[in-house]
Ligand binder design. Structure first.
Ligand SMILES: C[S@@+](CC[C@H](N)C(=O)[O-])C[C@H]1O[C@@H](n2cnc3c(N)ncnc32)[C@H](O)[C@@H]1O
Length: 128
């Protein structure tokens, strides 16, 4: 009998080996995104934003519609590579992607105005 393989709840495998699958899954339209919730509270105009756990860039691109510049920070090379490709394809120029984690952010002190984590915070290591 064939063993049914599943990656249920193994987001690390999805991010590492199947970034295109994640990208398709995450593109499903949400009624009210995190960026829109943020915008109800304050303006991102002329702000430099860090998007921690930027994945394939979906949250980064959305933030980039309103902010001056957005730095996506993402540990998984496969996710980050797809984000860079997506940005080029969509001609989005006010974004960049850096390798890093929430625990060790590749940012100089005072170099951004706002730090956001869109559906990524639960993945951070506890106690670090
Ligand atoms: C659910 S995805 C969200 C991607 C993107 N923010 C979006 O809205 O489409 C979570 C991302 O967080 C990344 N991640 C996992 N652990 C992390 C950590 N410790 N610091 C920063 N990002 C992390 C994962 O590799 C994954 O790409």
């Amino acid at each position: 009998m064939n063993e049914v393989k599943t990656i249920e709840n193994r987001w690390d495998i999805l991010y590492h080996d199947y970034p295109e699958v994640y990208d398709r899954f995450a593109k499903v339209k949400k009624k009210h995104g995190i960026t829109e919730v943020l915008l109800e509270m304050f303006s991102l105009r002329e702000k430099k934003v860090a998007d921690v756990g930027s994945g394939t860039g979906l949250s980064t691109f959305n933030l980039a519609k309103y902010a001056q510049h957005v730095i996506g920070i993402e540990p998984e090379d496969s996710m980050r590579d797809l984000a860079v490709k997506n940005a080029k394809k969509r001609h989005i120029e006010n974004v960049e992607f850096r390798k890093g984690t929430a625990e060790n952010m590749p940012l100089n002190d005072d170099s951004v105005d706002v730090v956001v984590a869109v559906t990524a915070a639960s993945l951070y290591k506890r106690g670090t």
